[in-house]
Structure formats: C-alpha cells, structure tokens
Design a protein. Sequence first.
Length: 139
Amino acid sequence: MNIDSIKNGYVIDHIEPGKSFEIYNYLNLGELDTSVAIIKNAKSNKTGKKDIIKIDENLDINLDILGYLDPKITVNKIKDGKIIEKFHPELPEKLVNVVKCKNPRCITSIEQELPHICELTDREHVVYRCKYCEEQVNR
C-alpha cells in the first residue's frame, strides 16, 4: 500500500492499533475540510502493528487530548515536506468534555449544559477527578 507524504500538516504516529478512529472522533477530524488519512495496522518494528493519522494541512487542533488517550503517541509537525517538530503529548492538566462524570449526584447530571471538566490530581497514576464533585473518572 502506498500513502502519499504530506507537504504541510501533522502525522500522528505510534497510535495503539485500533485506536485511530477514537482519536479521529475526539479531535473532530471529520469536521475538517482537508484530507485526512487513517492507516490501520501498519507495520511497526517496535510493537508489531500501529495506527497512523495524517492531516494534510496545518490547522489549529487541540492535540493535548492525545496524551490522555494514548501516551505512546508521537506527533510530527510537517512543513514543506519535512519534519519541523516532533513531540510526545503529555497528560493535560484539565480535560473538558472528554470524559463524563458517572456520579449520579454530580451537578453535571442535572445541569446538562455544564461542561464536563476533569482535573489531573495524580500524574503518576493517571488519576483525573471531576471538578464539581471530585469523583474519580476512568479512561
């Protein structure tokens, strides 16, 4: 299979196999008016298989969520066909409308227009808690 390289944009690499559609949805890539390629089960020398997402345009995309969804991801920023920046997203301090609080007594279950905000309380164990009721939320 041959997937063209991109001139300007992002390559989200080393995605856990099968997670690319979840990331596609969380980043709202379906709403973009640009080319987006999803490569599933690509060969990987490190892990055997991986997923890759290529976005063929430099857009203002919030990539913070990637550190929460899959900490092994590598993001390559491409300009004029060359990698100008390569990084591993870190755990965000705050998640907004990514995970929902499951506590039935939480204000978010009553006031449904409130944003679901979770804050990182333990980086080592990847623990997020609801901003409103402090209930621990899980991936």
